[in-house]
Write a protein that binds this ligand. Structure first.
Ligand SMILES: [Mn+2]
Length: 447
C-alpha cells in the first residue's frame, strides 16, 4: 500500500477481500454509524467510491437493528458495506443475500465464512485504541487507489472523534498520521485543546473539556480571566507563548481541582492536527461531525468533509446549538443531579441523542472518578441506557459491555458495546432492578 503502511498479512488479506466486494458491483449500498467516527468513515468511503466512479446509496443509522436489516434485505442489493457496525450482528448480516463487507472495530462475536469482516480485533490490534472504523475504511480507500491519501485528514478526524488519539496516536493510526504529515495533508503543532474565537468563548462554550464553574457560565469566565489579567476578547488563535502558558496552567489546575484523571488534564495541551486544505483542525472537524450526527444532520457532515464551505458554516452553527444543549444538562449534573449506588452512579438524560455525550463528559470531568457512570433516557415505553467508564477503571476490571449485556438480558433487554462505553435498551419500569444488577456486576468486576 504505497509502501507506507505496514499491516499484518491477515489484515491486508481481509482488506483485499473487501476491495473485491467493492469491485464486484457497480452500485454499492453503504450503511454507517452516526457518530464522528462513523461519519468520517462514510465520508472516506464516499470519496473513494466517487473516485472509482461507483454509484452508491449511503444510509447513516443510529444502530444496526432488525428493522434496518429487514429493509436492506428487501432492497435486493448486490453488495453492501457496513461501516463502524456489523461485527456485533454477524448472524443478521449472514441472512443478507448480497456480498457483504463489515469494516468495524467493535468487538466481533465470531468469524464468518460468508461475511468479509475487516476488524482490527482479528489481527492482534486493539479496536479501542489502535484502529477505528475510519482507520479501516481509509485503508480500504488507499488500497483501492493511492490517490485517496488526500482523504487521510478525514480519517484522522474520525480517529480523534473516537478518542483514539488519547495519549498519542498508536499503531496503524500512527502510521497513517506520519505518512499524511509527510505528504503535507496534515500539520501537527502543540496547542491548547479548545475551540472558539475568543478566549472567553473558548472556555465558556467548552463542553470537552468541561471546566466546573466556568463551562456554560460566561460571567464566571469573565471574572476568572480578569483575575488573571487576561483579556477575555483576545483571539484564541493568536495567544502568545507567555499567555498560552499562563492560561494552560490555570486551566490545568482547575481540572485537577475538580478531580479529573491526570491523562484528562494532560489532554488540555495536545498535538493539534491542522488540515490545511480545510483551514480547520482535525479535532474541530471531529467535533463538528459529532454535532452533525447528534442533531440528525448527517448529510451535512458528509458534505462538509467533501469540502463544501457552506456546509462547514452551517455545521458550526449546529455545534453552537448542540453544545448549548449539552452544557445545560451538565451544569445541572454539576449542581448535584446524580444518584449514587455502591459501585456506579447514574443520572437521567431527557434527550436520548445527548445522553452518551453527557454521560462521557460527566464521567470525565464532573463526577466521582471511582464509579462508572450511566445515563438513562426514556423513549416510547423503553429506557435507553448509555454508560461510560475511564481507561483507569477498565484497567481495574470494568467491562461495561459484559455488564450491560448480562444485566439487560436478565430483564428481557439487550446490551453491549465496549468495555469503557456500552449501551443497553430495557423496558420502562425495569430500571431499578436493572441498575441494581449492573451495580452488582460492576462491583464484582472492580473488586
Ligand atoms: Mn467507531
Amino acid at each position: 500500500m504505497n509502501g507506507s503502511i505496514a499491516l499484518p498479512d491477515e489484515f491486508s488479506d481481509s482488506l483485499k477481500h473487501a476491495v473485491k466486494v467493492v469491485n464486484s458491483a457497480s452500485f454499492l449500498r453503504v450503511v454507517s454509524h452516526y457518530d464522528a467516527d462513523g461519519l468520517a468513515a462514510a465520508a472516506v468511503i464516499v470519496g473513494a467510491l466517487s473516485r472509482a466512479k461507483k454509484q452508491f446509496h449511503l444510509t447513516i443509522s443510529k444502530s444496526l437493528d432488525k428493522e434496518v436489516l429487514e429493509s436492506l434485505a428487501k432492497e435486493g442489493n448486490e453488495a453492501i458495506l457496513f461501516l463502524d457496525m456489523g461485527s456485533g450482528q454477524i448472524d443478521g448480516l449472514e441472512t443478507l443475500k448480497a456480498k457483504v463487507a463489515a469494516l468495524d472495530h467493535h468487538k466481533p462475536i465470531r468469524k464468518s465464512k460468508k461475511i468479509v469482516q475487516v476488524n482490527p480485533h482479528f489481527f492482534g490490534l486493539d479496536g479501542m485504541t489502535e484502529a477505528c472504523a475510519s482507520t479501516v475504511s481509509f485503508l480500504l480507500a488507499v488500497m483501492m487507489d493511492p490517490c485517496n491519501w488526500e482523504l487521510s485528514p478525514i480519517a484522522i478526524a474520525g480517529m480523534i472523534g473516537d478518542r483514539q488519539h488519547m495519549g498519542g496516536m498508536k499503531s496503524v493510526n500512527q502510521q497513517i498520521l506520519d505518512y499524511a504529515r509527510e505528504k503535507g495533508f496534515i500539520e501537527v503543532q502543540r496547542g491548547l485543546n479548545l475551540k472558539g474565537t475568543t478566549i472567553a468563548d473558548a472556555i465558556a462554550d467548552s463542553a470537552d473539556p468541561y471546566f466546573v464553574g466556568l463551562s456554560g457560565r460566561k460571567d464566571n469566565v469573565m471574572a476568572f480571566l480578569e483575575s488573571m489579567r487576561l483579556n477575555p476578547d483576545h483571539p484564541m488563535g493568536s495567544l502568545d507563548d507567555v499567555h498560552r502558558r499562563k492560561l494552560t496552567s490555570m486551566l490545568s489546575l482547575r481540572l485537577m481541582g475538580q478531580g479529573c484523571r491526570p491523562e484528562t488534564v494532560e489532554e488540555l495541551v495536545t498535538d493539534v492536527h491542522w488540515i490545511p486544505s480545510m483551514n480547520i483542525t482535525a479535532f474541530d472537524l471531529a467535533d463538528l461531525l459529532n454535532a452533525c450526527g447528534r442533531m440528525n444532520y448527517e448529510g451535512l457532515g458528509i458534505a462538509m468533509c467533501m469540502g463544501d464551505k457552506e456546509a462547514l458554516a452551517r455545521a458550526s452553527e449546529l455545534r453552537r446549538e448542540y453544545n448549548g444543549k449539552i452544557l445545560t444538562r451538565l451544569t445541572e449534573i454539576e449542581a448535584g443531579g446524580v444518584i449514587h449506588k455502591s459501585h456506579i452512579q447514574y443520572f437521567e438524560a431527557p434527550d436520548p441523542s445527548l445522553a452518551g455525550a453527557q454521560c462521557g463528559l460527566a464521567m470525565q470531568y464532573i463526577l466521582d472518578q471511582s464509579k462508572p457512570t450511566l445515563a438513562l433516557s426514556k423513549v416510547k415505553g423503553s429506557v435507553k441506557v448509555s454508560s461510560r467508564g475511564t481507561k483507569y477503571l477498565v484497567s481495574k476490571g470494568l467491562d461495561f459491555s459484559a455488564a450491560l449485556k448480562k444485566a439487560a438480558e436478565k430483564f428481557g433487554g439487550i446490551g453491549g458495546g465496549h468495555a469503557v462505553a456500552a449501551g443497553a435498551t430495557i423496558d420502562e419500569g425495569k430500571e431499578d432492578e436493572f441498575l441494581a444488577a449492573v451495580d452488582e456486576i460492576v462491583g464484582l468486576q472492580l473488586r
